[in-house]
Write a protein that binds this ligand. Structure first.
Ligand code: R2B
Ligand code: URA
Length: 352
């Protein structure tokens, strides 16, 4: 029987204890960094597809709650970056060093410039590297991007979970704040998932280990889903199934991909059958995310806004401003939830 920790974490890999140093390659951090100091207090991990959205969420969280921004730099304190490149060759070398992680002075990189400007304006700066994902920390909350699709998100989940293990964090929860195509729900509506579904409509996620198919269940924590739903205020929201596809076009039954294997009637029949199974939106991570968190005993919620109603069309035609407003909906629900939890913790600390 795998050990189950007091906070519910289970199935932690025993091989990790044998590693002298664990390189969290895609995060750009290792166990030689001060992970306890940086992440020991983490209670919330907000995951989302794009780096810009992770930054945006961290900035809003800092602004709305006053929780402090955690900064991490391997540069000596107060050492400011210079962003003068002598010529284009030096600029290219610097950017390539940032991307490929060579041993080069990070003050000379594009990231260095950006971080310098963010720091000067009290805005979140990334922790670790930004080649694959972008991670920010505000108070007890990590905001991190995971890219598009279940494989990218899965790598992220493994490394973040190891990071929190090495940091000694306890009792943390994961959230995915995403975009999606609604099923019978209009643009702007938030779907809080009760379970993830695969494209056959089943609530399971298939992995192959080692080469043998294993099916994992994909339920989300029902109490947490309800608590997040209760933070909707004026935001239109529903609790329902979220289907994860391995593509935006073909597996989501769109008629507007580069190729198309179905008729409009087949698409309609498929989407309506999914709706009949309680599925209310389609994106690209929910099933893998639910499976990972259920397997490891990490309470998780998948909170995705619909950008369109897929029963009415395929193209995302909203303006940039409209899309930003839609993306704000799940973010505000989570910020309210984090604030509620902070108030409860404060009250408990006062009583103790
Ligand atoms: C939602 O949006 C992305 C595709 O546009 C994908 O990551 C997802 O799940
Ligand atoms: N993301 C998806 O994966 N599908 C949509 O329809 C919209 C956003």
């Amino acid at each position: 029987m795998a050990e189950v920790r007091q906070d519910g974490l289970k199935n932690l890999n025993p091989n990790l204890a044998d590693l002298d140093v664990d390189v969290l390659y895609h995060l750009g951090l290792t166990t030689l960094d001060d992970l306890k100091g940086l992440f020991g207090d983490v209670k919330h991990v907000a995951m989302m597809g794009s780096g810009m959205r992770a930054w945006d969420f961290a900035a809003k969280l800092h602004e709305q709650t006053g929780m402090p921004i955690t900064r991490f730099s391997r540069l000596p304190e107060g050492d400011e970056p210079s962003y003068q490149f002598a010529d284009i060759t030096q600029a290219k070398t610097a950017v390539s060093a940032a991307v490929y992680g060579d041993e080069m002075d990070p003050r000379q990189t594009a990231d260095g410039v950006r971080n310098f400007m963010y720091q000067k304006n009290d805005l979140p700066t990334p922790i670790g590297k930004t080649e694959r994902y972008e991670m920010y920390k505000v108070g007890n909350t990590i905001a991190i991007s995971h890219g598009m699709g279940q494989p990218s998100h899965s790598i992220n989940l493994h490394e973040v979970t190891k990071l929190l293990q090495y940091a000694g964090a306890q009792g943390y929860q994961y959230y995915r704040l995403g975009t999606s195509g609604g099923l019978g729900v209009e643009a702007g509506t938030v779907v809080v998932a009760n379970r993830g579904h695969n494209p056959t409509g089943e609530a399971s996620y298939k992995i192959h280990v080692p080469g043998k198919q294993i099916e994992l269940p994909t339920e989300f924590d029902p109490a947490l889903a309800q608590e997040i739903f209760d933070c909707r205020d004026q935001i239109e929201a529903v609790i329902g199934g979220t289907m994860a596809a391995d593509d935006f076009y073909t597996e989501q039954a769109r008629l507007d991909g580069a190729f198309c294997m179905i008729t409009a009637a087949e698409k309609d029949e498929y989407l309506r059958a999914l709706y009949a199974k309680g599925i209310r939106n389609i994106e690209m991570e929910a099933a893998g995310f639910g499976a990972f968190c259920q397997h490891m005993g990490i309470p998780a919620a998948c909170i995705c806004v619909a950008l369109l109603n897929r029963l009415k069309g395929d193209q995302v035609t909203s303006s940039t401003e409209q899309l930003a407003a839609y993306s704000d909906n799940p973010q505000q629900m989570l910020i309210r939830y984090i604030q509620k939890k902070a108030a409860v913790a404060e009250e408990e600390a006062g009583v103790a």
